[in-house]
Design a binder for this molecule. Structure first.
Ligand code: UDP
Length: 383
């Protein structure tokens, strides 16, 4: 007889882990407070234009994990998609991420790779162990490039000084001394042809899974189930008993036009006096489609309040101390709840990591139940 498992959240984490447990013969019921599956990677076709819109901002699938890539392609056809981003600095457009074209454009030069490498190295500040985002950037590219491309954008995105942010955030962006402007360095990159929501619907389409949308899972009911997978915010499970774990949320100002409004999928705005961080033109995420109309989002970041949708966990020293308290609470509660995913483990996760951790968490749960051991409290340790 299979176990009765509740999954709180129909995003990638909940869908993938739920599917694995259902395939192993357990009975899975998935709850999500929103009226759609796929969490923040939800996509929907805009009625008026036919454009596939990334409702909660741009999501581009990229990975080096062949297992994850093969897994997702069981449920969707992925179309080749190469993400290339531009950024506007003081009225001029530059190539992103920082590459040889950006460096030559910015300094008005025509340097070859070895010349640019030496040129940037001469500007980089000698900081031995960069302790924060700003030090990391200064030690990599020097003050001029840092102030033009990273400082303003990062202050707007995170609402704090880059000296308060961890150096790891910058590690997301490549620095290249050639003309490759692919935003990611991963081997596999693509867009699900019918959108992320169709992909997640297919993952959840299994006779052992029931999905209840528009229905929040109530943590107090955890005792009614053999096991609960909680992919909502860690602090929400405990009714924010120790105070809220802070996030940044996003506001999208939608506008429309015809034709091609900005010529690329994402245009960043690096200047501090431009209030939005980037503009997304959704039709460019599906270059194999053709639409007369176009839908764009101007994106702004701000502190996440009660009732807002959480996007980016803010993991500064104070927040990590609070996180540690919630982790202790979760470990003490132990028993039949496993916390999973971006919100459940309070980490800045890309989609491929989310899928990998969901697959691994399901395998760990099955192994623990098989061996009559206690199941893991976290899909991946949050600290
Ligand atoms: N970033 C920046 N300038 C840019 C783009 C990114 O300073 O033009 C910094 C910023 O701090 C951001 C981080 O790099 O939060 C990671 O950027 P990424 O594009 O990966 O962010 P995401 O798409 O996940 O919001």
């Amino acid at each position: 007889m299979g176990l009765r498992i509740a999954v709180a959240g129909a995003g990638l984490s909940g869908a993938v882990a739920g599917r694995e447990l259902a395939e192993a013969g357990h009975r899975v019921v998935v709850y999500d407070p929103r009226p759609h599956v796929a969490g923040n990677c939800h996509t929907e076709r805009d009625d008026a234009t036919g454009v596939m819109v990334h409702r909660y901002g741009p999501h581009i699938f990229h990975t080096d994990d062949e297992g994850v890539w093969d897994y997702l392609r069981r449920f969707a056809t992925f179309r080749p998609y190469r993400h290339s981003v531009r950024t506007t600095v003081r009225g001029r457009v530059y190539s992103m991420p920082l590459n040889l074209l950006t460096i030559n454009q910015f300094f008005g030069r025509a340097m070859r790779p070895s010349e640019a490498r030496a040129f940037v190295a001469a500007r980089a500040e000698p900081i031995e162990n960069p302790a924060n985002f700003e030090e990391q950037a200064l030690s990599l590219v020097g003050r001029e490039l840092y102030e033009a491309f990273f400082k303003g954008y990062t202050e707007k995105q995170w609402g704090c000084a880059p000296t308060d942010l961890p150096a790891t955030i910058l590690a997301r962006l490549p620095l290249r001394f050639n003309y490759d402007d692919n935003y990611f360095f991963h081997r596999f990159q693509g867009m699900p042809e019918a959108g992320y929501t169709a992909l997640v619907e297919r993952i959840l389409d299994h006779p052992g899974i029931d999905v209840h949308l528009g229905t929040a899972f109530v943590p107090d009911r955890a005792g009614d189930w053999d096991h609960v997978l909680w992919t909502g915010p860690l602090d929400a499970f405990f009714g924010h008993a120790l105070g809220p774990l802070p996030y940044r949320t996003l506001d999208f100002e939608e506008f429309r036009d015809t034709g091609d409004w900005q010529g690329c999928a994402v245009m960043n705005e690096a200047d501090p006096d431009v209030p939005h961080t980037r503009t997304t033109e959704h039709k460019h995420f599906a270059p194999w489609e053709s639409h007369e109309g176009t839908v764009l989002f101007r994106e702004r970041s701000r502190a996440c309040g009660a009732g807002d949708i959480p996007y980016y966990p803010i993991r500064l020293a104070r927040e990590k101390a609070l996180l540690a308290e919630y982790v202790s609470l979760a470990e003490e509660a132990g028993g039949n709840v496993t916390f999973l995913g971006r919100l459940g483990t309070y980490r800045y996760l890309d989609m491929d990591r989310t899928v990998r951790e969901a697959l691994d968490a399901a395998a760990a749960l099955l192994a623990a139940w098989g061996a009559r051991r206690s199941p893991p409290v976290f899909g991946c340790p949050p600290l």
